[in-house]
Design a protein around this ligand. Structure first.
Ligand code: 5HY
Length: 243
């Protein structure tokens, strides 16, 4: 099968890292197509960035559908454009936050989220509410690091994240940790060892969920609100989206 993994920011280094993390857990027969939009924010750190990035996600999704991808992953912890992307696709479309929360709920009664900037905490909290997971999350902890700092993650930063995870374990009783950034895609194993808890990283979680859905013959429902978008003309720079 072929799974498209979209990094919604335009960092080529992060796209490469995310692609490697996805391929590392994929089945032998699964081809990973990692990509990012040509236009948009180099990192997504707030509502404005998310709104701009969502357009790029949808344009990449349209390409992935054309390329015959069996499933699609939105590899940004805000799950930007997720429902709109599901309108475009017949296969499954999975956001890494949604994937991370669901897998964490299967291995622990309570989990904590560790993400980057404090200003994005509310985005994760809104997703927890939307996905019905608020009661299971003990806290959304923010490292106050820019997303792009994760492109060159040294041992000091890894240890700072691990310390935050141990605090969530010891102070709140968190039984698992969800990593709240696509840029943390390569930190799952080292953090699990250092924190002593299951660590769920959204890219790898989404790849395994996507494979399972495809193998069960489950694609995005095309009934009701997730049916293909209504045919209409789009003007100006979105004219290519006309259908
Ligand atoms: C992400 N931003 O996963 C989010 C996470 C965050 O550029 N990729 C980004 O920290 O908001």
């Amino acid at each position: 099968m072929r799974i498209q993994v979209i990094n919604p920011n335009t960092s080529q280094a992060m796209t490469h890292k995310i692609g490697l993390a996805a391929q590392a857990v994929a089945r032998a027969g699964t081809e990973i197509l990692a990509c990012c939009p040509e236009h948009g924010p180099e990192s997504i750190e707030g509502h404005f960035d998310e709104a701009i990035a969502a357009v790029g996600v949808l344009e990449e999704m349209a390409k992935g559908v054309q390329q015959g991808c069996d499933a699609h992953i939105i590899a940004c912890f805000g799950d930007p454009g997720l429902l709109a992307a599901r309108e475009l696709a017949s296969g499954p479309v999975i956001g890494i936050a949604e994937a991370g929360f669901h897998l964490a709920s299967l291995v622990a009664t309570r989990f904590a989220v560790i993400t980057t900037l404090g200003r994005t905490r509310i985005i994760a909290e809104h997703l927890l509410q939307r996905y019905g997971m608020s009661e299971l999350c003990t806290s959304v902890r923010c490292m106050e690091i820019p997303v792009l700092a994760l492109e060159h993650c040294d041992d000091d930063l890894i240890e700072r994240i691990a310390t935050e995870g141990r605090r969530a374990r010891d102070e709140e009783g968190a039984g698992a940790i969800v990593l709240g950034c696509g840029g943390m895609a390569d930190l799952r194993e080292v953090l699990s060892e250092r924190i002593g808890l299951p660590v769920i990283e959204g890219v790898s979680a989404a790849v395994k969920l996507a494979e399972s859905l495809v193998e069960l013959g489950l694609g995005t429902s095309k009934h009701g609100d997730l049916a293909y978008p209504l045919g209409k003309r789009y003007t100006g720079r979105f004219a290519h989206l006309s259908r």
